[in-house]
Design a protein. Structure first.
Length: 234
């Protein structure tokens, strides 16, 4: 992956409808929303790149994959997809939709917390509201899974993983374009929180001075998961 802050892959600036690119024939609001995603300032721990979007969910789609990397270790990863249907969508109650997947491995005792799913979902909605954003028509799942190893793999310690799948409708602003850059920054706040990183204040990357409209993610009352013990298994 290429690091954020303007260090994405070279193909991200071209426009021909393939991976990481948007066709010139795409509607102007969609192109503006994608440009805002590309221009978002993110935390230095975030590595992000465009990836091939799904083809059948909406007439227009753009996707990013990201990882939280610290000391060359992936602490969490995820995917964010921007969907656009100029005709609107009854289920979305709008013309844009954001769809996400976030994953991280946890210590088994943390994964056993019965309140973990509710807490993780509140992190998503809280990350958005902290930047003055709404999660209209939000829906999703929080899944935790555990793995125990046997035979030739018996020396591996048990592993637990949390997975958040969600979608929501971003509120559209001037010209029918949502503030996708701020939504991306909030999503990266969630990714870092799941990875166990401390929050940054509103003056940090992606804060209120750099595309977000809220107070940033520097709320000291927010509880993060401890960092997991090793890289994710793909």
């Amino acid at each position: 992956m290429a690091a954020a802050q303007g260090q994405r892959s070279d193909g991200a600036g071209e426009m021909d409808g393939s991976e990481g690119k948007v066709a010139d024939s795409a509607p102007l609001p969609f192109r503006a929303a994608v440009d805002a995603l590309r221009g978002a300032r993110l935390r230095p721990e975030i590595e992000i790149d465009p990836t091939r979007p799904p083809q059948r969910l909406a007439p227009y789609a753009y996707a990013l994959e990201a990882a939280v990397v610290e000391d060359d270790e992936d602490l969490a990863d995820g995917r964010l997809v921007l969907l656009h249907d100029p005709a609107g969508h009854d289920a979305w109650q709008g013309t844009f939709r954001l769809v996400t997947l976030v994953r991280a491995e946890l210590e088994p005792e943390m994964a056993a917390d019965p309140l973990l799913p509710e807490v993780c979902w509140s992190w998503l909605t809280g990350a958005l509201s902290a930047r003055g954003l709404s999660a209209d028509e939000a829906s999703g799942t929080v899944t935790r899974a555990g793995s125990h190893y046997f035979g030739g793999l018996s020396e591996r310690p048990p592993a637990s993983q949390i997975e958040i799948r969600a979608s929501w409708t971003p509120r559209e602003g001037g010209g029918g374009v949502p503030d996708t850059g701020a939504h991306l920054a909030a999503w990266c706040d969630l990714l870092c929180q799941v990875a166990g990183l401390p929050p940054v204040g509103p003056g940090g990357p992606g804060g209120s001075g750099s595309g977000g409209s809220g107070s940033g993610s520097g709320d000291a009352s927010v509880v993060s998961l401890p960092q997991r013990r090793g890289p994710l298994s793909h």
